[in-house]
Design a protein around this ligand. Structure first.
Ligand code: NDP
Ligand code: BG6
Length: 514
């Protein structure tokens, strides 16, 4: 995690060179939740420290937990210090940032909450010069998205305060819906209140620096693209592993599960960037069109064969980072009989000329040994073994590390020094930290700023959201029908259930070590 020294680093130059957004206020629904304290508030703090937020920028947090403005400020400034590991010199600045934070304690179903939001927004326009520009952020369990949108419309907060002069935008977290049908309903509910150009469907993986770099790597270098196809690539693996468990997020997670929480959005987005054709330009519509084509070409898993293409698991108690952690079923707000998956692995195929018959293995899980996200492109074995008797010949692997230690490495074979022909795999490595001397901005910094500036390039379009649900729906249906049948357990702190190893080994392959 970066410290304050890194707040002024060369990789932040790009952010600094951007225009400062118009004066505005941001309303966060779900302000007592994990996303707000872990990601949103620290990102806003960074932006503020970089002088990228407009003067007078203010936040109104809204959630059920009773709290005063003062208590909320204290909690959020503590969160900034905790999650950014800030040193004491920066305390004064953190406290200054805290002064722009406000809080409303109410239930999202209560119309009075929205009247209060409106009253505070009006006051902030006068007192802090937020100029009538508003950003609403839905950081809540997805079942509340339609409720909040409806109330914002009813109280007149969805339209710009002064038509043509001020803006109002809404950021909607993932998962956008719970199924294809509910995503469609949500879309209709949101578009009946907000215009499409006001809506920002966020998937924060698209704002990660390494994810954007994937496009640069593929399309700004001449040597990789010719090999990026079924002729040279044996298979692709995408892994998003987390050390974190569900902890305080039981209520949300019970309605989501890993497939909705990570695969339908983040992991399928990564897959579409790895597999897409070169877009004509690096411009919103062109990139989004190519990504959508990949999702359209992904072969749906038939309901009757879900068990052949997927594995699902749930963590039992175990040890993570040297400490004992509880089983998922004993986490707060989780049913003791829950069949919600906290781990899943999949095999997908993309039915097009570039990727026909190349398996894409995806896996993600909570309470695994480490937080690591990586894409590995595994090339075909050499067609003929020239070095008879030499062992150690392994296929080339190109690994794109999304986090942590962002970078790219290529594994290839080399001769072990000596008088005999012995071969060993070695690695060529690029690491952001070493090459550029610093850590990149976080995804939420990039995306919050984009949204305040009105740039939707890195946000999801409704067609991509619906195409992903089309793929995921049959799997969800089948898992629901199966209940506990087929749910494999794994000890927290292990790399997932044994069934997941057997799953890939059946194809004569193995999971890449992370
Ligand atoms: P949490 O469960 O931690 O937070 C949910 C928030 O919603 C809390 O502030 C809770 O308030 C509030 N809330 C729930 N019901 C009501 C209600 N009836 N009235 C008022 N407030 C209510 O969830 P997360 O923060 O983890 O996730 C929120 C969203 O963000 C999800 O869509 C998730 O997919 C997405 N997300 C989360 C990330 C993360 O790292 N956590 C990262 C990326 C996306 P209270 O507790 O006070 O009732
Ligand atoms: C969120 C999920 O979308 O992504 C969380 O809701 C998960 O469950 C988080 O922990 C992971 O994000 P990151 O950026 O830490 O990999």
């Amino acid at each position: 995690m970066p410290d304050t020294a890194e707040l002024s680093n060369p990789l932040r130059e790009g952010i600094r060179l951007r225009r400062t957004p118009d004066p505005c206020a941001m309303v966060i629904f779900g302000a007592s939740g994990d996303l707000t304290e872990r990601k949103l508030i620290p990102a806003l703090f960074y932006l503020s420290r970089e002088r990228m937020l407009p003067a007078g920028f203010s936040v109104i947090g809204c959630a059920r937990t009773p709290s005063t403005h003062e208590e909320f400020r204290r909690e959020m400034t503590d969160a900034v210090k905790k999650f950014l590991h800030l040193t004491t010199e920066s305390d004064a600045f953190v406290d200054g940032f805290g002064k722009g934070l406000h809080y409303i304690a109410d239930d999202f179903s209560d119309p009075k909450a929205y009247e209060q939001v409106r009253a505070i927004l009006e006051r902030l326009d006068q007192e802090r010069g937020t100029a009538g520009n508003r950003l609403f952020y839905l950081a809540t369990p997805p079942s509340f998205f339609p409720v909040i949108v409806k109330h914002l419309g009813a109280v007149g907060l969805a339209k710009p305060k002064v038509a043509g002069k001020t803006w109002t935008r809404i950021v909607i977290e993932k998962p956008f819906g719970r199924s294809l049908e509910s995503a469609g309903e949500l879309n209709r509910a949101v578009t009946s209140v907000f215009d499409e150009n006001q809506i920002y469907r966020i998937d924060h993986y698209l704002g990660k620096e390494t994810v954007q770099n994937l496009l640069v790597f593929r399309f700004a270098n001449g040597i990789f693209e010719p090999f990026w196809n079924r002729r040279y690539i044996d298979h692709v693996q995408i892994a998003v592993a987390e050390e974190l468990g569900v902890e305080s997020r039981g209520a949300y997670y019970e309605e989501a599960g890993l497939l909705r929480d990570m695969i339908q959005n983040h992991v399928l987005q990564l897959l579409s960037l790895v597999a897409m054709e070169p877009p004509a330009t690096f411009e919103g519509t062109a990139v989004r069109d190519e990504k959508a084509k990949v999702l359209r070409a992904l072969r749906p898993i038939p309901l009757g064969r879900v068990q052949d293409f997927t594995v699902r698991g749930q963590y039992a108690e175990g040890y993570v980072g040297g400490g004992k952690v509880p089983a998922y079923r004993t986490e707060p707000k989780v049913s003791p009989a829950s069949n919600t998956e906290t781990y899943a692995a999949f095999k997908f195929f993309i039915d097009n000329w570039r990727w026909a018959d190349v398996p894409f293995y995806l896996r993600s899980g909570k309470r695994l040994p480490r937080r690591v996200s990586e894409i590995s492109i595994q090339f075909r074995r050499v067609p003929h073994l020239l070095f008879r008797g030499a062992d150690g010949i392994e296929p080339n692997i190109l690994s794109i590390r999304i986090q942590p230690n962002e970078g790219i490495s290529l594994k290839f074979c080399a001769k072990l020094p000596g008088t005999t022909m012995q071969i060993r795999p070695v690695e060529m490595e690029f690491r952001y930290g070493e090459s550029f001397g610093a850590v990149p901005p976080t995804a939420y910094e990039t995306l919050l700023l984009d949204c305040m500036l009105g740039d939707a390039t890195l946000f999801n379009r409704d067609d991509a959201v619906e195409l992903s649900w089309e793929l995921v729906d049959p799997i969800l249906d089948r898992w629901k029908q199966d209940g506990a049948k087929g749910l494999a357990f794994y000890a927290a702190g292990s790399w997932g259930p044994a069934e997941a190893d057997a799953f890939i080994e059946r194809d004569g392959r193995e999971w890449q070590r992370l």
